[in-house]
Every structure is written in structure tokens, then in C-alpha cells.
Design a protein around this ligand. Structure first.
Ligand code: GAR
Length: 195
């Protein structure tokens, strides 16, 4: 069974959607580790409820990104992780992890990339008054939300929608799309197989 690591910085609702899909049997994988760069974030409690180990760290306690990524890499290797799933991990992945997990890191982003990359994609879309936005799952490269797109799904934004309503539409798509995309990638065997 493929072993995943989920990286998250905040609430972890996408982590929970993936863990629930595994529990229900619609995703044949195991989350070996949750990596969290904000100790105390809600994702830690969610992981605890699923009995999944969490590696939490303060990036500022390290001299460099290379140093903390080497530390993470060691734990990923010890746990036999094959695929890294970014789920609200608000930090660029550096060369250390990119090199070690080339083609095996994916991210979910709350817009139709290449529109609205970076922070607060939902706020950016609402400010631009677009009628259609959505969710993108893509491979991670060194850029900010720039890697090759794997899948996308749209949502409609009405002028009457509040921020909470748009967030709700985005999350409903994310929680269904991400586990399904991970499932297809793992079936495809070109990913999740340790080289
Ligand atoms: C999700 O909407 C995800 O798409 C977004 O952060 C949220 C995390 O929610 N990620 C990005 O904006 C990455 N650029 P969650 O912690 O509840 O899963």
C-alpha cells in the first residue's frame, strides 16, 4: 500500500477528507505522517483523532530551509513515504525535498491556476469579480503554484455570495477532488512507486 505524508499549516480539513477516504476504502493508501510547520495548528488534533503521527516543527528554530527539510526528509525516509501531499502547507518547498521527491509532490490550490496563485486565492478571485473560479491539483516545482496541472474543477461565484459561501463551495470541491486525484495517481503507478 502506498504511504503518503500530508503537509499542512492550518485547519487540515483536506487532511481529514483524505484520511476519511482511506477509512472508507475509496482511497487505497496509508498516511504515514503529518508534517506541520505551525505547532498548535488544528490539523494536529485531527491527526491525533485518526491515530496518525505528527511531525511538528518551528521553521525559525533552524538556520536554513535546507536544514529543516533535511530533518523532514530523514523522517519521511524512515516512515517509507512515497508521495508528499501538500494540503494547505503555506511554504515553498525547497531543493532538498524537491530533489529527493522529484515528481512525487502534489498540491491543491483554491483557484483555477494559472489565475490567482499565492496567498488568499479566494480573496483574489472575489476582488477580481470573476464568475467562475475553482480548484487545481498540480505537481509541485520550485515556483509558487506553477507546476504541471493534474486536474481542475470549477465553481460559480454569484455577486451575492459571501466569503464564507465561496469558501464552502471551494472546500466541498476540494474534499471530493483531492482524494479522487490521489487515488488515480496511485493507480497509474507512475507516481507513488519508490524509485
Ligand atoms: C485549502 O483551501 C487549500 O486549497 C489552500 O489552503 C486551504 C487549506 O485548508 N492552499 C493554498 O492556498 C496553497 N497555496 P485546510 O487546512 O482546511 O485543508
Amino acid at each position: 500500500m502506498s504511504k503518503l505524508a500530508v503537509f499542512a499549516s492550518g485547519s487540515g480539513s483536506n487532511f481529514e477528507a483524505i484520511a476519511s477516504a482511506i477509512e472508507k476504502g475509496s482511497l487505497d493508501a496509508e498516511i504515514a505522517l503529518v508534517v506541520c510547520d505551525r505547532p498548535g495548528a488544528k490539523v494536529e488534533k485531527r491527526a491525533e483523532r485518526f491515530g496518525i503521527p505528527v511531525l511538528s516543527f518551528y521553521p525559525k528554530s533552524y538556520d536554513s530551509k535546507a536544514e529543516f527539510e533535511n530533518f523532514i526528509l530523514q523522517q519521511l525516509n524512515d516512515a517509507g513515504v512515497e508521495l508528499i501531499i501538500l494540503a494547505g502547507y503555506m511554504r515553498l518547498i525547497g531543493p532538498t525535498l524537491l530533489r529527493a521527491f522529484e515528481g512525487r509532490i502534489i498540491n491543491i490550490h483554491p483557484s483555477l491556476l494559472p489565475s490567482f496563485p499565492g496567498k488568499d486565492a479566494i480573496g483574489q478571485a472575489m476582488k477580481a469579480k470573476v464568475k467562475i473560479s475553482g480548484v487545481t491539483v498540480h505537481y509541485v516545482d520550485e515556483g509558487m503554484d506553477t507546476g504541471p496541472i493534474i486536474d481542475q474543477e470549477t465553481i460559480r461565484i454569484s455577486t451575492k455570495d459571501t466569503r464564507e459561501e465561496v469558501e464552502g463551495k471551494i472546500q466541498a470541491v476540494e474534499h471530493r477532488l483531492y482524494p479522487a486525484v490521489i487515488h488515480s495517481l496511485l493507480q497509474d503507478k507512475s507516481i507513488g512507486t519508490r524509485r
